[in-house]
Design a protein around this ligand. Sequence first.
Ligand code: CA
Length: 278
Amino acid sequence: VETVALGEAVVFETVDALGGQVKDEGTPIDRIDWSRVNPATGPVFVENVRPGDTLVVKIRRIRVEPRSIIVAVPGYGVLGDAEFSPRLKILRIVDGVMLFEGVEIPLKPMIGTVGVAPDEGEVATGDLGRHGGNMDAAVVGEEATLYLPVFVEGALFALGDLHAVQGDGEVCVAAAEVGGEVEVVFDVIHGRRPEWPVVEYGDRIAVLVAGETLDSAAREATRVVVRGIMRRYCMDFAEAYMLASLVLDLRINQVVDPKKGIRAEVAKKFLDVHSLLG
Ligand code: CA
């Protein structure tokens, strides 16, 4: 939908993950058109970015609307087999705090869906993989930097599915789903790319891996970090494997999307993004 230059500030306007279909708490859940759920804004073509590169996405600012939505629907989420009626709540944000039935929750705005076009074919914005997508990683927030592998000319970047707050796991299948604006600046690393999306935030660096199961995602995430440690310190596999056991934290992004998401986190003093690029 747009061509942008490296270094240019780009603002994405996004609607909430329910596609703006919920106007109030009286909206019947069975009227929601699930084919319109989890949209993303884009794609944008980033100049001077080619297959084999890394698209660097600096997230400068996330502004969320003062009203977000959460749903709980039988059949969805970690406890989807429990007996309950479908519920929908509008959550208001007042003075930077979200109110849930009198419980005050500090805001922690994040981007649920962010990625590039895959190497071939199409991918739904509800799915996730090496291209990024619906990763629902709570650490992809303001001032984080994402490193995405580029598969096609211009990368074709898109984002959406903002969450005002989300816990690791996103257990009920929804977070505080909200529309808003995200300002990003693109940069590029030519000729090398990561196997999976990488995010830096604060003093941490994490690899974001998707798998059919948490076990398979954990295995792949560990493999990628061990490989990075081998490169960084010129260690053999067994040494890097042991070091990983000391400094690597495996954390859950979400367990409710078409694939499960794990992030393998390390303090930046132990691993740098260049050791994760092929
Ligand atoms: Ca999502």
